[in-house]
Write a protein that binds this ligand. Structure first.
Ligand SMILES: [Cu+2]
Length: 127
């Protein structure tokens, strides 16, 4: 019997941090590809913000700026860590104020695994 290629993506430790003005928020998580085929994160969406996209913070000397990452490869066996000053889900224009401790849903779209819904806890810092 042929061995089917199968995408297995696990997403853990999902949390989001709103800015003090409750305008935007950043989402952090650990994405692991435990399948036998490469995959990629190609989109994100949420119901509590106008837009959602994958960003990466890059250092330029002493300054840092964010760049949009439309296609984030997640090769088989690899773990990608979203954390402050690195990859994050950028949630712009929150349409509802978030409360610390509340949980919200994030939708992640993978090239092979398709849409995956994850639950994020609103926190000020990673526990
Ligand atoms: Cu950003």
């Amino acid at each position: 019997m042929a061995c089917a290629t199968e995408s297995r993506i696990s997403v853990e430790d999902v949390w989001i941090r709103p800015d003090p003005m409750m305008e935007n928020a950043a989402g952090y998580m650990i994405i692991q590809n435990t399948g036998n085929t490469n995959d990629a994160l190609i989109g994100v969406k949420s119901e509590f913000s106008s837009t959602a996209s994958v960003h990466r913070t890059v250092m330029e000397g002493a300054l840092h700026r964010m760049e949009h990452v439309p296609y984030l490869e997640i090769p088989t066996g690899k773990t990608i860590i979203f954390q402050p000053l690195s990859y994050h889900v950028m949630l712009m224009s929150l349409n509802t104020p978030l409360e610390i401790g509340q949980t919200v849903n994030l939708m992640l779209e993978f090239e092979n695994a398709g849409w995956i819904s994850v639950t994020a806890e609103v926190q000020l810092d990673n526990k």
